[in-house]
Design a protein around this ligand. Structure first.
Ligand SMILES: Cc1cc2nc3c(=O)[nH]c(=O)nc-3n(C[C@H](O)[C@H](O)[C@H](O)COP(=O)(O)OP(=O)(O)OC[C@H]3O[C@@H](n4cnc5c(N)ncnc54)[C@H](O)[C@@H]3O)c2cc1C
Length: 429
């Protein structure tokens, strides 16, 4: 017999933010309420490992696990389905179940939006896997496609371009990939035949979309010079063709050039035989259609992760709108990493549980979110720690530690995190 306080909580998305929110809610509510997670994919993918998949250092089986059984063990329901509409006034969600192909409707008392991004390749003509010019590692299918392209490329090696376009946010992944490309080329004894260029809308190397951190600029430039990687900053890409990137603007820095030697790239192009360029992110279609997103489809939330118009609707992870940390000429958005997605998801879960239990809500403004990130660089890496990722002027802690042990740390972290998500041990760090 369900009591009058029985609540239905629907979580849209079963990745970093969605799974964390589900496990945390189940823990806090002690199984007394109905929690259901909906995702079109039956598998959780540890996205950070996609930087290794194109080189054959990881495969699908090593970095995924089935979501349904993991949630079921904790008493949480899982529905594999495409989410088609959020009816915010009716408090229902329309879905198309994958197993039956039939539409159905889920009523909710609380909703958590954790649907991540839509990768907006349309922002730059000729960009992305659909055109076959450049590749992507933004999701598992993209990374597998990139693996095929990489294998072909190694038989016909030449210049490489890796980067992130104007309006992009996911710079960390682009940096990790360019250093892993460089390392893979060295392992294959192809490095001499493959000039590598990093192209970014950041105003300087090491900005990361968060106004940099302590000595991130000189450190990143040192890595580029040491590994003979040229870099183009402030890049606005006009269009991409089969083997060339055409710039509207940009500043090219040569690894072997003087520190102040900068080439204006306006109207110029760079050739490539292999390119992986991350596009801007938008909110997902379903959020954009719902009226709950801003002009880019990201959900604006208050300090409790609730939407401003519908207090029973929460958001966490990449689907949340976060203001840029500074003005960036070419347009940079802020990264929302897996760690930050977890922080937001736990915040949302705690406040839903507090609302149900009649307890005070706990605020966590964006300006007070901390961050811990291990950035891999092939056989090297950098650990980043800060107490205020989105408030650069208020940071009291900002630490960058480079070293080969970070690479080993990242390998250990991969195993730990996949285990943690599989067993739902979200109380652990
Ligand atoms: C290559 C790469 C490397 C990265 N490395 C790191 C790293 O080292 N450390 C770190 O902290 N972060 C890293 N990140 C960032 C990290 O992956 C993201 O922060 C994290 O995935 C965000 O989680 P999320 O749950 O918000 O969104 P997502 O992981 O994008 O998940 C959204 C989920 O919603 C589902 N969904 C969306 N729309 C629908 C729909 N209409 N119907 C049904 N299901 C839907 C999707 O299937 C997906 O499972 C990396 C990202 C990339 C691309």
């Amino acid at each position: 017999m369900k009591d009058g306080n029985f609540k239905r909580i629907v979580i849209l998305g079963g990745s970093f933010a969605g799974l964390t929110a589900a496990y945390e809610l189940q823990r806090l509510l002690k199984g007394k309420h109905d929690i259901v997670v909906v995702d079109r994919s039956a598998q959780f993918t540890f996205i950070p490992s996609l930087i290794w998949l194109p080189f054959g250092w990881r495969n699908r089986n090593q970095i995924t696990f089935p979501i349904g059984p993991a949630l079921q063990r904790k008493g949480i329901r899982f529905i594999q389905a495409a989410i088609t509409t959020i009816n915010k006034d009716q408090h229902t969600v329309d879905i198309l179940e994958s197993a039956s192909g039939k539409p159905s409707q889920l009523p909710y008392d609380f909703l958590v939006i954790a649907t991540g991004p839509h990768v907006d390749f349309e922002a730059v003509p000729g960009l992305g896997p659909a055109y076959g010019n450049t590749y992507s590692i933004c999701n598992l299918e993209h990374a597998e496609h990139t693996a095929e392209a990489w294998t072909k490329f190694t038989k016909n090696p030449g210049p490489v371009i890796v980067g992130a376009t104007q309006g992009a946010a996911c710079y960390g992944a682009a940096y990790e990939f360019v250093f892993n490309v460089e390392f893979a080329l060295r392992k294959l004894h192809l490095r001499d035949r493959c000039p590598v260029t990093y192209v970014t809308s950041e105003p300087y190397a090491g900005h990361f979309g968060i106004s940099g951190m302590t000595n991130s600029k000189p450190m990143t430039e040192w890595f580029f010079r040491h590994l003979n990687i040229d870099w183009v900053t402030d890049a606005v890409i006009d269009h991409v063709e089969e083997c060339s990137v055409h710039f509207k603007s940009g500043k090219r820095h040569r690894a072997k050039g003087a520190a102040n030697e900068v080439e204006d790239m306006a109207g110029k192009s760079l050739p490539f035989n292999f390119g992986m360029i991350i596009p801007p992110f938008l909110g997902t279609d379903v959020v954009r259609r719902s009226g709950l997103g801003n002009e880019r489809g990201f959900v604006v939330v208050d300090d409790y992760f609730r939407t401003l118009t519908n207090p029973e609707v929460y958001a966490a992870g990449v689907s949340v709108a976060v203001a840029p940390t500074d003005k960036c000429e070419a347009g940079c958005a802020v990264p929302k990493t897996g760690y930050i997605s977890e922080v937001m998801a736990k915040g949302a879960a705690r406040n839903i549980a507090a609302t149900i239990n009649g307890e005070p809500l706990i605020p966590k403004p964006a300006g007070k979110i901390d961050a811990l990130c291990l950035m891999d660089a092939g056989n090297n890496g950098v650990m980043m720690v800060t107490d205020r990722i989105y408030a650069p002027k208020n940071r009291k802690v900002q630490i960058l530690i480079p070293g080969p042990w970070i690479h080993w740390g990242k390998l250990l972290f991969e195993k730990y995190f996949i285990w943690k998500m599989k067993v739902g041990a979200v109380r652990l760090p």
